[in-house]
Design a binder for this molecule. Sequence first.
Ligand code: SF4
Length: 273
Amino acid sequence: MKHIALLSGGHSSGKVAIEVVRRFGKENVILLNHDLPALVEAEDIKRFKREVAAYVGLPITYVNHPDPEANQFSVCIQAQAFKVDSGPELCTARLKTEPFMRYLAAQFPDKDCIIYYGYDANEMHRVQRRIGVLGPLGYKTDYPLALWGAESRTIFSTMEVGIAPPMGYSQFKHANCIGCLKAGWQHWYIVYCTRPDIWALGKQAEDIIGYAIHHDESGPVYMEDMEEKFAAMRCAGVPQTEHIPHQKFWAKANKIVKISAQQQSILPCECST
Ligand code: SF4
């Protein structure tokens, strides 16, 4: 029985990798990752993965899309869609799920493995979903952070072994792709401000596919339609962070932009003599 720890590059995945190796021994563990191009996966996430692998003394088994430059935009452009109906984003399927299922079928035809995910106790809906997807296919899964119980856990932060979590957490809540197709506008406001190249790729993908990445209750909302608002937010100094809860963030952003616009309007007229 092999133990496959999915080292996604998020802090939780690093803790899981360490827990699984400590419990089962590195000779019984595979550290598996879907590496993404540096364009969309921050170098510091790659650093984190390398440091966790070095700490547990295992190589990373990369299970990637055949094209090393494939990213969330290129695979969706190729599929001519961002998602199909209410299914998962196609980028997840093409970049991660499909290579992983091919790997499992080739390496574990007898399904003699257990797959470990980094979901914690606040993510039981994701645990249930994974079990619902992989269980019927015959694969066992486990969730050390959610299910092992504090008494049988040995690590609660990789800082305990001198590995700093990825720096991206200073702005983002997750170590996802920069320009995550699943993320909301708060994530994309940061992208607008800090990664105009990724913002441009998102717009280009919407142009080519002819549909929007984002939707609200009234239908699709295109990135181009958000640019004026985001420019005003940046100009007014709205913080570029996902660490303010969603509703509070937008209430604060709207207020800051409004005050800033009012201040501009009461400035003395430049034309007066
Ligand atoms: S992290 Fe986001 S953009 Fe990247 S593959 Fe997953 S859903 Fe797609």
